[in-house]
Design a protein around this ligand. Structure first.
Ligand code: GDP
Length: 432
């Protein structure tokens, strides 16, 4: 299903417009735990076509970082959506932030529709016309609150929205995209420097096509890998204020742009909340994952035992993650990151045929049927792999499946087909 992203400054009426487009606040489509709060997608239907609407409403920082945050939002939408609606408040007119966003979106290959919101009556339409100046084509005057003009807007959206979602993550055969993530001082810059070694092995710096993320392409194991959004790592830019906010935004956007994430954890220190937060971002985004325990040169026997206990306690959520113990400083085992990423990406891309999947499912369910619910035994009718990157499965059932049983199915699925290094999503559709 194609995706429509809604971007714009806070308070221009994005959420109201989203509600208007989806008709009402529907449940989140993916019934996966931890669907990120800040990029929720809803299914919408208009004129017999279905599409996803991505609500970026949660991306609203304090006033200081506003312009950059909205710019980021627009840049992300350009990468991840099939069409973009940019919302401007017609009562206020175009602000500096709107202009900055328009500047980015004017270069967008993704179609953009400009919406002049809060046009509650005829009189306001003249104001809306002044938004032609943004250089994004015809402004569509609407009142998201009252519904005025939204029918025409939806017709326009369907006109520019492609029928099928485009290939998101670059063409097959290009360098695979890696996000290097982890809390400050864990050794990200050191690792990037170690991997790129002398300048000759850095193939080239790729100037970003969007805001200004700069990627670094590095030759590893005889192949190029694209480390996304590494400008800050190479230059170590520090933000005087809101550093944490920017760090988290950068991490998010790097993860979004990547296929596989290398999560660095400082092995010499206890696993922290911050480590787990970044871990959740990767898992929620559905990216392939390699956990690199860095600073292994500082780890002694005692610490190693302690770390094993911490892993048991804190990383149960991702028993499938690839793990490598490295030292970015000495270079210990950094080359082992390559086979770990290969394994993870192979799983991430894997497709299981419907025949094999259902043969397996029949056996598993016959041996261990799902528990009764409400005095009835839910039957599992059929399964299909709805997508890859990450592998996503849909089970059609006659009743709700308990979380415990779903986890059991995921474990068995992994044992049978091997998805090491990749998250797997299983959703259940109940048929009455
Ligand atoms: P970043 O903030 O994640 O980019 O972290 P840096 O790469 O700047 O590293 C932070 C500090 O940790 C620096 O003083 C590095 O020299 C040190 N460091 C990085 N990797 C290692 C390692 O493998 N072993 C040791 N002992 N120190 C390391």
């Amino acid at each position: 299903m194609p995706t429509l992203a809604i971007v714009g400054r806070p308070n221009v009426g994005k959420s109201t417009l989203v509600n208007r487009i989806i008709g009402r606040r529907e449940a989140v489509v993916e019934d996966v735990p931890g669907v990120t709060r800040d990029r929720v997608s809803y299914e919408a239907n208009w004129s017999g076509r279905s599409f996803m609407v991505q609500d970026t409403g949660g991306w609203e920082p304090d006033a200081k970082g506003l312009q950059q945050s909205v710019a980021r939002q627009a840049a992300l939408a350009m990468e991840s959506a099939d069409a973009i609606v940019v919302v401007v408040d017609a009562v206020v007119g175009a602000t500096a932030t709107d202009e900055a966003v328009a500047k980015i979106l004017r270069r967008s290959k993704t179609p953009v529709v400009l919406v002049a919101n809060k046009v509650d009556d005829q009189r306001m339409e003249a104001e809306a016309a002044s938004l032609w100046n943004l250089g994004l084509g015809e402004p569509y005057p609407v009142s998201a609150i009252h519904g005025r003009g939204t029918g025409d807007l939806l017709d326009k959206i369907l006109e520019v929205l492609p029928e099928t979602p485009r290939e998101r993550l670059g063409s097959v055969g290009g360098p695979r995209r890696v996000a290097l993530v982890g809390k400050p001082n864990v050794g990200k810059s050191s690792l990037l420097n170690k991997l790129s070694g002398d300048e000759r092995s850095v193939v080239h710096n790729v100037a970003g096509t969007t805001v200004d993320p700069v990627d670094t392409v590095v030759d590893l194991g005889g192949r190029p890998w694209r480390f996304v959004d590494t400008a800050g790592l190479r230059r170590k830019v520090a933000h005087a204020s809101g550093a944490e906010f920017y760090a988290s935004l950068r991490t998010k956007s790097a993860i979004e742009a990547a296929e596989v994430a290398i999560l660095l954890i400082d092995a010499s220190q206890p696993i922290s909340e911050q480590d787990l937060r970044v871990l959740s971002m990767v898992a929620d985004a559905g990216r392939a994952l390699v956990i690199a325990f860095n600073k292994w040169d500082l780890v002694d026997e005692d610490r190693r035992h302690q770390l094993e206990r911490e892993i048991d306690r804190d990383l149960q959520r991702v028993p499938w993650a690839q793990r490598v113990n490295i030292s970015a400083q000495t270079g210990r085992a950094v080359q082992r990151l390559v086979p770990a990423m290969d394994t993870a990406l192979e799983s991430w891309d894997k497709r299981i045929s419907t025949g094999r999947l259902n043969n397996w499912l029949k056996e598993v369910v016959a041996a261990t049927p799902p528990p009764m619910r409400g005095g009835r035994l839910p039957r599992i009718l059929f399964a299909t792999q709805a997508g890859t990157r990450p592998p996503t499965f849909v089970l059609f059932t006659t009743g709700f499946l308990e979380a415990g049983y779903r986890r059991f199915l995921e474990r068995r699925l992994r044992e049978e087909f091997n998805f090491d290094g990749s998250p797997v999503r299983i959703s259940v559709r109940v048929r009455e």
